[in-house]
Design a protein around this ligand. Structure first.
Ligand code: GDP
Ligand code: MG
Length: 696
């Protein structure tokens, strides 16, 4: 679909009326940059890396030997237009502060974790980080200092390189190279020029959750915020354990709704035909319980089978292809027959691996994600442009035909025509000015609206902070009255963060709606105006008002660690420093405001920038549609003027054979253009139709 869109865009670009139209260029650039980010998450050893190797058809690419110390998050980039030149693999090392930050934790995700993940122990995490740091110091000695905060890059991806940076390597085995840097690598970026995904895609491989080594857990959870789509890999034999449920709850806490579940390792089950449907049912009902409002697709399979099938069979395939597997294949597809050729055996294995249905699920989720919405928008804009082009050309053909018929040789016909063209040009100018002022006016008004809404947002959120502070000061007062000597009372900002998030999302959605309302007043006016000049153009449907519920702004400001989060030692210090109860209360209030007002401001800023992007897109589109029309009108007047001038200088009548030949040539050209646009419109319609069918 994306390829077809790009092709249509190129055709539009080449079509005469739009030459130099920067809008199509912009859209094509946007199409090239658009990347879908898919994170593969789940417990350690669920088979995430193996699954990715199958998904990208490269068995053995990502190391799958399990090492409790590897923490790197690996990004596999496919056909990214913004990939760095001559780099196929790039490894980024932690910097020294990051160890510390990791242990202290990013507020929002950390807070969700503490709330939702049973048994999360921050102190233990700190110990692990320390152990990790010590180990790296021992292994790398003085080189460690030169590595931290740096990157290493390579022009090609080799097994050796990957092993050195992201692979296990036993801590004290003599092997010099394997896994030597793996402790200190924060992220690995692998760039591939090939692309089977149809558009730029980044697959994110995470170390996994529920690891005895907590740092991996923490890193995995930190990688969660940045993806469009999540594939949660479960192990069939322990599908949807409490750790899996905790992970899903975190996703929900982050407002991530595009999730697919892959139940892996079904090859380990005793009886596929019986067990698979039962596990499927168990997982589906668990998901319905956890996510009652959304339908999360579930696919079952085996990354192992996928890998064997992709490698092309061999003894592994023979081992896997048991009568039970054949029975399972028949369960999936009644038409399935006992395989006779090696090729058929591979096909059966691949079918049972579940990779194909998972790809379909992914495709559907992509359409429904941010990426999909941008694609739909571009597709709609392109069809509009094509229709505008078509209308404009048809109109000009009509004019040419009338000119031909009206051709009585009148001496002053040229002069009359000149006056008519002149009037038309003046009218076009007036139209341009009116349209321009309407669009400018819309811009000014949305600017104002965004300002107002964001200011209002700051006020609302500050009120939330203030309300929290009042409650906490009261709690402090009570703690003092009760005598806090035994235990140190401290303020917990969890509830505050929750209400801030809630209010923030509410007022952001409201702002979106207000802007949409404003646009829905202005756009019909623009259309009406054009309709007055050219009745046949009234049919044009502009998509100016972007559909609501776009992606939310980043919630990461909420993740900031504030003084209140600093834990026991900080609070002890605070208590001993402040002896007077009243001054303590004043100070607590001061701290809460000082720490949270900037967070409120940051949230409002992130809302503002999101709304601004939205506004720019809408205005650009309006400009394209409406000003584009005016440009076409002007173009037509110019052509008419030229013909009139030719008429006057040649002294010939408009019905003269010579003039008729010029008109015929132009008509042929226009008709060709009309046909081209017609084809384009149909191509774009079929994209949209295929789309609608997929989304269902
Ligand atoms: N039997 C079986 N083993 C698998 C499957 N997928 C992965 N494994 C194995 O499980 C181990 C851990 O896999 P890996 O992909 O590294 O798991 P990760 O920690 O989730 O990335 C490896 O030895 C894999 O070969 C599967 O579908 N079936
Ligand atoms: Mg892995």
């Amino acid at each position: 679909m994306r390829r077809e869109l790009v092709a249509c865009g190129r055709e539009l670009q080449a079509a005469r009326p739009f030459r130099g139209g920067s809008f199509v260029d912009d859209m094509l650039r946007l199409l090239a940059k658009l990347t879908c980010r898919i994170a593969v998450i789940g417990q350690v050893k669920a088979g995430k890396s193996t699954f990715i190797n199958g998904l990208v058809r490269s068995p053995g690419l990502l190391p799958t030997d399990v090492n409790p110390w590897t923490t790197a998050v690996t990004h596999l980039h496919f056909a990214r237009a913004d990939a760095p030149a001559n780099i196929a693999a790039e490894f980024t090392f932690f910097d020294s502060n990051e160890w510390e930050r990791l242990a202290r934790g990013g507020g929002h995700i950390r807070e969700l974790t503490e709330r939702l993940v049973p048994g999360f122990e921050p102190e233990l995490l700190q110990k692990h980080v320390d152990a990790m740091r010590r180990r790296s110091e021992e292994r790398l000695g003085n080189t460690l200092r030169t590595l931290l905060g740096k990157k290493h890059s390579f022009p090609s991806i080799t097994k050796e390189v990957l092993e050195r940076y992201v692979c296990s390597g036993l801590p004290s085995s003599g092997t010099e190279h394997k896994g030597i840097y793996s402790d200190v690598v924060k992220s690995a970026d692998l760039y591939f020029t090939s692309n089977d995904f149809g558009f730029p895609t980044t697959i994110i491989d995470t170390p996994g959750t529920n690891d005895p080594f907590l740092v991996r857990d923490e890193i995995t959870r930190r990688a969660l915020e940045s993806a469009d789509i999540y594939i949660v890999v479960l192990t069939a034999r322990q599908a949807l354990s409490s750790a899996d449920v905790a992970l899903l709850r975190i996703l929900r806490g982050l407002h991530k709704e595009r999730i697919a579940v892959f139940i892996n390792r079904i090859d380990e089950l005793g009886d596929f035909v019986q067990d698979v449907p039962a596990i499927m049912k168990h997982v589906q009902s668990g998901l319905r319980r956890e996510f009652p409002t959304s339908e999360i697709p579930v696919v079952v399979g085996s990354a192992l089978w996928a890998e064997i099938a992709i490698r092309g069979g061999g003894p592994d395939a023979d081992r896997a292809l048991t009568p039970k597997l054949e029975a399972y294949a028949r369960l999936l597809d009644e038409a399935s027959v006992a395989p006779s050729s090696p090729q058929e055996r591979i096909e059966i294995l691949f079918k049972c691996s579940g990779l194909s249905p998972l790809c379909e699920v992914l495709a559907r989720l992509t359409l429904d994600s941010h990426t999909g919405r941008v694609l739909t928008q571009i597709s709609r804009s392109f069809s509009e442009l094509a229709r505008v082009g078509q209308n404009a050309a048809s109109h000009e053909v009509e004019v040419l035909e009338t000119e031909g018929k009206a051709g009585v040789p009148l001496a002053n016909q040229g002069e009359m025509e000149l006056r008519a063209v002149d009037a038309e040009v003046k009218e076009n100018e007036r139209l341009t000015i009116t349209l321009q002022s309407l669009i400018t006016d819309l811009q000014i008004r949305t600017d104002q609206l965004i300002d107002d809404q964001c200011n209002k947002m700051v006020e609302i959120l500050r009120d939330v902070v203030q309300g929290f502070s009042e409650v906490e000061c009261e709690n402090l007062r009570n703690a003092v009255v009760e005598g806090h000597r035994g235990r140190v009372w401290r303020s917990d900002s969890t509830l505050l963060r929750q209400s801030l998030e809630e209010e923030f999302i509410k007022s952001y959605r409201e702002a979106e709606q207000e802007i949409a309302k404003l646009e829905s007043h202005v756009f019909p006016k623009l259309k009406q105006l054009l309709g007055r000049y050219r009745p046949d153009w009234r049919a044009i449907d502009n998509s100016g008002s972007a559909t609501g519920s776009d992606e939310l702004p980043l919630l990461s400001p909420l993740s900031k660690v504030v003084a209140l989060d600093l834990g026991e030692p900080w609070w002890k210090h605070w208590w001993t420093r402040n002896r007077n109860a009243e001054s303590q209360i004043v100070e607590l209030d001061g701290i809460i405001r000082r720490e949270f007002y900037p967070i409120v401001d940051e949230l409002a800023e992130s809302a503002r920038s999101n709304l601004k992007v939205r506004q720019t897109t809408t205005l650009q589109e309006a400009n394209m549609v409406f000003m584009g029309l005016v440009e076409l009108l002007k173009e037509q007047s110019r052509a008419r003027l030229e013909r009139t001038r030719a008429l006057i200088t040649s002294g010939a009548a408009s019905s003269s054979p010579e003039m008729q030949r010029t008109r015929d040539a132009r008509t042929a050209e226009l008709k060709n253009q009309i046909n081209k646009m017609e084809v384009l419109v149909r191509r774009l319609e079929s994209i949209e139709q295929a789309w609608a069918e997929k989304i269902g």
